[in-house]
Design a protein around this ligand. Structure first.
Ligand code: FES
Length: 146
């Protein structure tokens, strides 16, 4: 699959810019500058518009991502249900800090509500969703990814 082939699935109308970026990001893990330029050319928009659109949505990445990506919901319900204890447990276990963009191997993101509030706290590891997570479960969950 190439960026060009993906783009051919979309009419070059502004309403399709975001879906095209989502598809490219899902296929390659991120939208690099080369792909973004192809998107800009295809949709007849400035490159800055492509990056503006891409960077607005958490699901679209514009940089190569680490091999381990952990996301913890900090929405109101998950926060009440101890999401911050989970975040501290991950930080301590992996010797990382949430939000560190410079670690090439692991990324810990604090994200907003995932719409699974009744099952919180919610944690996502490389796209796999874990619900009703407790700080005491974190090390066990991470073992499967280390
Ligand atoms: S607050 Fe965490 S899923 Fe809604």
């Amino acid at each position: 699959m190439t960026t060009e082939k993906i783009l051919l699935n979309f009419d070059p109308k502004m309403k399709n810019l975001l879906p095209a970026l989502k598809k490219i990001s899902a296929c390659f893990g991120y939208v690099d500058e080369n792909a973004a330029q192809k998107v800009a050319d295809y949709f007849f928009v400035p490159l800055s518009k492509v990056f503006e659109t891409a960077s607005f949505y958490d699901l679209i990445k514009t940089k190569k991502q680490p091999s381990l990506i952990i996301q913890v919901c900090s929405g109101a319900n998950c926060a009440v249900e101890s999401a911050y204890k989970i975040i501290r447990e991950i930080e301590n276990h992996l010797h990382i800090k949430a939000g560190d963009e410079f670690n090439p191997n692991v990324k810990l993101e604090i994200i907003s509500c995932l719409g699974q509030c009744g099952s919180g706290p919610v944690m996502i590891v490389n796209g796999n969703v874990f619900t009703r997570v407790m700080a005491s479960n974190v090390v066990g969950i991470l073992q499967g990814y280390l």
